[in-house]
Design a protein around this ligand. Structure first.
Ligand code: NAD
Length: 253
């Protein structure tokens, strides 16, 4: 039996990006805390893998193959929950290009997935929570890139900065209904997104990143999933409009 404040028994959670990485780890942890978890992603095989992990541990999972940029399909999937206690809008893509080489289509694609996809998820979740008078929790996925900037991070960082703005704005608008909205801004986490395939290059990057952290290591998906669980649960009942940073203590400017 989980600690009461973290107990999600009887609650329903919807997780986007649940086929792998941070989304999968979050879906599995929310289910372990007792939530029935709706897992959404483009990747059907990955989704089934996540559902199997949840069900093998005795949890409840449902899968939705959806593109978060398709507002109608996403809305349909969210509404199929009936009642919703937790939205974790985690799906995202990486993109890197120097400012002077950034094309309109790069910007449109990254803003579409990393910002509009989160916006649609937040809107649908908040509507459903309001309709059922649910004191729910919405968790968005930003990035440490918002604090640091960095070469190539124009599109990705702009979309994540917009997610931070969305989080603070929505939190201020729905708080009086008991709905909380918070963002997670992870540092460098070992996931398919940060996998460079070239083992030597990967080891080099990880060692650089680990040296920037007082803890001397890079992050794992579970490090972020625990922050998502905290924000999803009653343990964070007095926390809204905040950006939490599971980043190993990397100093921010
Ligand atoms: P990942 O690539 O392992 O997972 C992202 C998931 O999103 C994938 O399963 C992918 O299929 C899904 N996805 C992508 N586009 C989609 C779409 N249009 N519709 C539905 N699903 C879609 O990456 P991750 O590292 O687990 O990243 C998860 C989130 O965390 C992202 O928003 C990312 O920007 C953010 N983040 C990651 C890191 C890191 O270091 N890994 C750091 C900061 C923030």
């Amino acid at each position: 039996m989980p600690l009461k404040a973290y107990d999600l028994t009887g609650r329903t959670a919807f997780v986007t990006g649940a086929a792998g990485g941070i989304g999968r780890a979050s879906a599995v942890l929310l289910a372990a805390a007792g939530a029935a978890v709706h897992c959404a992603d483009l990747d059907a095989d990955g989704l089934h893998g996540t559902a199997k992990l949840i069900e093998d541990r005795g949890g409840t999972a449902r899968t939705h193959v959806v593109d978060v940029t398709d507002r109608t399909s996403l809305a349909e999937a969210v509404r199929s929950c009936g009642r919703l206690d937790v939205m974790a809008a985690i799906a995202g893509i990486m993109h890197s290009s120097p400012v002077l080489e950034t094309r309109d289509e790069d910007l449109d694609r990254v803003l579409s997935v990393n910002f509009k996809g989160v916006l649609y998820a937040c809107q649908e979740a908040a509507r459903l929570m309001l309709a059922h008078d649910t004191r729910g929790s919405i968790v968005t996925m930003a990035s440490g890139a918002v604090d640091t900037g960095g070469p190539g991070l124009l599109c990705y960082g702009a979309a994540k900065a917009a997610v931070v703005q969305l989080t603070k704005t929505l939190a201020s608008e729905v708080g009086r209904h008991g709905i909380r909205v918070n963002a997670v801004a992870p540092g460098w986490i070992r996931t398919p997104m940060t996998d460079r395939h070239d083992r030597a290059a990967q080891a080099h990057t990880e060692s650089l990143m680990a040296r920037m952290s007082p803890l001397g290591r890079v992050g794992e998906p579970d490090d972020v999933a625990h922050t998502v669980l905290y924000l999803a649960s009653d343990a964070s009942a007095f926390t809204t409009g905040q950006i939490l940073r599971p980043n190993g203590g990397v100093a921010m400017p």
